[in-house]
Design a protein around this ligand. Sequence first.
Ligand SMILES: [Ca+2]
Ligand SMILES: [Ca+2]
Length: 649
Amino acid sequence: MLFRVKNLWCRWRAIPVVLAFLALCSCGSSGLAAPQQLLDPLSPAVTKVEPPNWWVGLTSDLMILLSGHGLQANKVTCNLPDVIVLRTQATQGGDYLFVWLKFGLHMRSGTVVCRITTPDGDTSFELPVSNREATARRFHGLSSDDVLYLIMPDRFANGDPTNDEPAEFPGSHDRSKPRSWHGGDLRGISEHLSYLKDLGITALWLTPVVKNGAEQDYHGYGAVDLYAVDPHLGGLNDYKELASALREQHMKLFFDAVPNHVGPLHPWVKRPPLPDWFHGTAQNHLNSFSPVKGSFYGKSGSAGSSNDPFEVLADPHSTPAMRRNLTDGWFFGILPDMNTENPVVRKYLLQNSIWWIESAGLDGLRLDTFPYVSRTFWEQWHAGLRLIYPNLTTIGEVFHPEPPVTSFFVGGRKEWDGVDSGLSTVFDFPMFFAIRDVLLRGASAGRIANVLRQDELYPHPDWLVAFFANHDVPRLASEAGSSPAKLLCAFGLILTLRGIPELYYGDEIAMAGAGDPDNRRDFPGGWSGDRKNAFTEDGRTPEQQNVFSGVQKLLQIRRQHAALRTGRLFHIFSDDDSYAFVRQTDDERLLIIFNNASKPRTLAIPQPNTPLAEALKATLLYGNGGAEINGREVKITAPGQSVSIFSLD
Ligand SMILES: [Ca+2]
Ligand SMILES: [Ca+2]
């Protein structure tokens, strides 16, 4: 667990201090009840409505969670005949009220006003219901024509300095501290779409934009309100405007969803809406550390130590005792784990995802901590989403180096447990580990072919998200043994191998950074007054420009050659130093050579019985390699640490 745990520990190590502080603080942190209600505890009042609005014809029913005070309803009635109250349930002495609504077929847009009658008086809540926007350019999902770009919004560009330190979060902004908020926001991203378009990006994945609670939650994974944009990043309108601006550019938007847990400061932790809203309580819960150690499956030493043992979830012979900490434990012992077995929690989480997708017209979701949530939850959640959004893409985070484990979580078929998770695809962590081990740690280049041969385990290997970096691992440029040439090799591989490539912001300018949070530095030029502006060619150093133009060129070739996006992949050559492969459609064949050796290399590859058989000529598209064809063999010259791409005729 060294690698992964170290990062997570860094991510969350401030939390216990905050919790200790809150335990000492006698004031309520929830903000659920306004001061006047606190003074008059008998008077009923609604302070929050979740979801805050809905759409005509989207679903046939809706579960509303009201927060407030004195909400022990005798009766709830709504002003429209097409809105029927099916049932209600008050909890926590009336601090919460669940209201199940049924919508009639003749429902129209407008504001539903519902009156709550209690023994201590009446109150009401409103639910604006609008018509859906035209769906033509929304909810498309990803294909291998896309290129995904991961942005941590706080660290990319500051488009609105007035939100850098919202009034409710004093002292949260300090660019000199790596764990403070830095001021980047949604408007900053909107203002740099031309940079991304020019680079060749087609889709954005933003780390969570939901409202967070702790001073150091700039990363977004500590939610305190699942129906609000964090005020440091802007508002819901900024998010919708970004989505709309992306659509204008024919680009797509991915939301980072975290149904597994919320932040420790979420008001639910002190007063859960149901006694079993979470797995356990703040005082008494399992943690996510598995009792199963590496030696259980014969992995000695550090092998397999960088990830949790998801093997036990995929293993048909494992016992519930072996699996339970992973699925029911609080992540890292800190993050409150949603009780995703409870149908009310399931309904809440499904509606919440629908709300974000419908609000912004999203094309997909990246699903955080995917294995830590029960598979039956994912099955039902996906079924609910697919009823409305059949083409939406979901990408699961399964941080594990072995394809038999990662592929287990992908949907499209039932596994031994009788469950089809419904998940579209996963990040290709096995390829991530292989690329880093080959480039940086002297592993055999054959590791790449070894990952690829296991593509048969996936229903759609062409949907695997190929990447070599994200926000949880050190920047490749800063790893021991790295170099600009190796960085370009990593780009060369993920942009030519099968799948949907994902780039981590700043890697295209060789940004430096060790482990979390150093791997989340500010993009240079995203803040007015920055010394250098790497969004422009003039502002990039020659080293930055070298990598940038290489990535841009690779993306351009990928765009121009369908074989790199959709072509079948054939192994051509593989050994400890080099891997060569062909991508082929009916119309074209491309030969790609990766040489990991520090010295140039010459290879003579026999043509018969390979996709090279009929090739007469090779034209160099990218890199500095050479290739000569004589009908019997292809003679390739590959520079040290390089990727070259040839078009074959
Ligand atoms: Ca800002
Ligand atoms: Ca869980």
